[in-house]
Each structure stands twice: as C-alpha cells, then as structure tokens.
Design a binder for this molecule. Structure first.
Ligand code: AMP
Ligand code: GLY
Length: 432
C-alpha cells in the first residue's frame, strides 16, 4: 500500500531537482517535501537541509530522523557513492539505483560490457590504459573516433575527434590524468553520425516506462560549437520520435539492459537515461545515465499530466505497472543561463535581476541551479545558474515564450545559446 501522504526527501541542488520539486508538488500524494542541500529556488518549494548530496551517512540519518517515505536522488555522484544502498539498508524506499547498477554511468567500459551481453546496439569500441594501446585502438577503428574517459567527468570526458592525430592527443591528455582518475582508462569509440535523442525510462528492476523523448544541446556555443557542457538547453517532444518509436526504443534498449543486470544479480530501480544516435544504420546507444538529465528533466517533467510521485514511489518499491504516463500535447523548450567562463572557469558571484519578471510570463517556469542569497540578494553561484522553461502549443511557440522570458533575466557575463530548439521549431510536430 502506498501511504496516503508521502514524506519525500529530494537530494540535489540543481535546476533538475527544482523541476522535480515542482512536479511532485502537483501530486495529491505529497505530504511533506524536504530537500538536501537545495538552493534558493528549492527553498521556496521544500524544506531545505544543509547536507551535501554525497554525504551518504548524513543523508541516511536525516531520512531516518524525518521518517521519510521516499527519497528521490537527482544527481549521479551520490548514486555512484552508494546512497541508494545506504537508504535501502535502513528500509527507506529510494528512487535511484544502488552503486552496482550506477556503474552503467560511472564506468563506460561496464556499460559497453552490459550492452554487448544484452544485444543492445552501440558504437564499436576498445578499451585502452596506455598511449600505445590507445594508438592501436585508434588505428583499428579507422582514425575518426571519439575518445572517452571511462569514469565520471561531469560531461567533460568525451572528445569527438576529426582525425587520428587529434584522437592520439585526446587520449594522451586523459591518460596522463588531465581529468583525474576518470581518464586513467579510456574508451576509443567509432565516430557515428546522425541526430541525437534522449529516451529516459522509469524502472523498477523489471518494468521500464518511457518518459517523453527530449533533445539537449551539449556544446556551449550556437551552431554546436565550442566545448561540451552539462547541457545548455533542451526540448521535448522530438519531431520524428513518436510514442511508438519511443516504446520500440525502450523494448530494444532499456528492457534488455534491466534483464541483463538482473541476470547478474543487479537491481536497477530509478531512471535509466539512454543517449542515442539515430544513424543511417539504425539506432545506437552513446551513453547511459542513471538519473534524469539536466536540462532534459526541465523540458520533460512540465509536460506530464499524470501523477509523477505515485510512479516514482512504485518504481522505488518494485511495483511499477507498464502503462505510459499521460503527457500533455504542449511542447516544452528549456534555455540554460550560465555564468561567464562556463564550462572552463569559475566566475565570481554577481547579482541576478529579473527572475520574477521572467517567471510571471504565461507558461513559464524558472528553475534555480547555481544561485545563492547574499544579504537577501540573489547572486550567481556556479556555472549553470538558472534554466527558463516555457510550454507552448508547438515547439516554435514554446521557444518564443522561453526566449521572451529569458530576455528579462540579466547578470554580468550571462551566457546562453540563442538556437535552442531552433532546428525543431519549424518541423511538423508529429511527436508527443
Ligand atoms: P556522451 O557523454 O557519451 O553522450 O557524449 C557526449 C556527446 O559526444 C554526445 O552527445 C555526442 O554528441 C558525442 N558523441 C559521443 N559518442 C559519440 C560517437 N560514438 N559518435 C559521435 N558522437 C559521439
Ligand atoms: N544533459 C545531459 C546530462 O544530464 O547528462
């Protein structure tokens, strides 16, 4: 039985968690909403507790003390560190996989191994732990490759290379420790071409229920230029990836992965996020994440018409039913506002203006990421500062609203892309 009034603890401090808070607050099942550590935006939606997201012992103690019925974990680092195992160990239901299953994101080599065993289509790849082995792998794969750090690198561990010389250079930089331990082993992968789509599914170990597909924009600059970031914007739905196509992807990717993990005695409960490329030879998985994407969540969650909290609880306690979540016909577009220097350098805090004016626009939600309050004034406190999401009757309409709202927000050094969803805005919207 689901308790009639759930006491929920949300772990994280980004715009994704702020959007999750908005979504669970729409549920009649919600009793109390707590968050750790949160941010100034989350503080208006939940009771925030000053504990780091990776403080496993502290969070287990907090969940026990608050008699929490469900913990929802936003970011990957606490999952890889075993937060979900710690919570399950004291009997607290948690939406998020244990450390063994979180290796799907924490080790690209492990993810490849699972995909090979499960028959999931992915790019051909070789593992290398020395420059010589990397050179041999680059040559074997024909020179045009992608070099990836095996471990977690906050979106910065992937180098898409135009030729073998660039690939050798990228592999050496990772292997000598430029990204710390994450790159001491690398994956050299064939470089694929095609549009990308993210398909996320709620999972309870056996059953996978797709969320609406989304597309993010990983590079810092317009026209997909400059370095990769955690994500500079997103939109949902993705034209051409209709509900049948999405269901087919879940059948071919998410379910086989759950089954292969189960065969190994590993239980995956939480959100399994597949980053896919639709190549001329069919779909290929580029990566797995073991949580909702940021900023994909901000574009996906406001479109949900059903009760997200009840499905998160069902996923956590292993009784997810396969029916799809009802989704609104509206599209959503999310624009990220980032600090000067992102993603390479940290900026000094500067005052932020216009958040309320933006949030007052019709169909708009502003979610906080790197913000802080200083003497009662909202200031920047991180690389990605805020996300602005708008709903609209089409991707084009949502896009116009999102930029119209984002125009009202200003701070020194603000960076944002001007082409989020631009490629999709003019297409027929044949997808929900
Ligand atoms: P990942 O973190 O593995 O999703 O990689 C980040 C980005 O690098 C992806 O969104 C793609 O744009 C690009 N990428 C990753 N793997 C490949 C590949 N095998 N071929 C072409 N591009 C790739
Ligand atoms: N936006 C990609 C991610 O959350 O990993």
């Amino acid at each position: 039985m689901t308790p009639r009034s759930l006491r929920v603890l949300l772990v994280g401090s980004g715009a994704r968690e702020h959007a999750l808070a908005d979504a669970v607050r729409r549920s009649p099942l919600l009793g109390e909403l707590h968050c750790a550590p949160g941010n100034p935006g989350l503080a208006t939606a939940a009771t925030c507790h000053p504990l780091a997201a990776v403080d496993v012992d502290g969070l287990v103690a907090l969940a026990t003390e608050l008699r929490i019925d469900l913990v929802v974990v936003g970011p990957e680092a606490p999952l890889v560190a075993g937060l979900a195992d710690g919570l399950r160990g004291v009997g607290v239901p948690v939406f998020g996989p244990g450390a063994a299953a979180a290796r799907l994101e924490g080790s690209k080599r492990f993810a490849k191994d699972v995909m090979a065993a499960a028959g999931v289509p992915t790019a051909a790849a070789r593992v290398a732990a020395s420059p010589e082995a990397a050179d041999a792998a680059i040559e074997a794969l024909g020179g045009r490759v992608v070099v990836k750090a095996d471990g977690l690198a906050a979106g910065k561990g992937v180098v898409v290379c135009d030729d073998a010389a660039a690939a050798r250079e990228a592999a050496r930089a990772l292997l000598r420790g430029d990204l710390g331990q994450a790159g001491r082993t690398v994956l050299v992968e064939e470089r694929l071409e095609g549009p990308e789509v993210s398909v996320l599914a709620l999972c309870d170990g056996r059953t996978a229920v797709a969320l609406a597909p989304a597309q993010d924009h990983k590079r810092i600059g317009d026209g997909d230029t400059g370095p990769n970031t955690g994500g500079m914007g997103a939109y949902s739905p993705v034209p051409g990836v209709d509900p049948e196509a999405t269901a087919d992807i879940v059948d071919r990717v998410h379910r086989p992965v759950l089954l292969e993990l189960a065969r190994r005695g590993v239980h995956f409960s939480g959100c399994l996020y597949a980053g896919l490329m639709l190549t001329p030879d069919g779909l290929r998985v580029l990566e797995f994440n073991v949580r909702l994407g940021d900023p994909e969540a901000q574009a996906i969650l406001p479109r949900l018409d059903g009760d997200l909290l009840s499905r998160l609880y069902d996923a956590a306690v292993g009784r997810l039913t396969p029916e799809p979540l009802p989704v609104s016909a509206d599209a959503a577009v999310t624009v990220v506002l980032a600090s000067a220097g992102y993603p390479t350098a940290a900026a000094e805090p500067v005052p932020i203006d216009g958040v309320e004016a933006a949030a007052d626009r019709p169909g708009v939600a502003v979610h906080h990421a790197g913000t802080a309050l200083r003497d009662g004034r909202l200031v920047t406190a991180g690389g990605r500062v805020l996300t602005v999401t708008a709903l609209g009757a089409s991707i084009g309409a949502a896009r116009t609203r999102a930029y119209d709202a984002a125009d009202r927000i200003s701070f020194d050094g603000l960076q944002r892309r001007s082409d989020i969803a631009a490629g999709a805005a003019g297409t027929a919207r044949d997808a929900v």
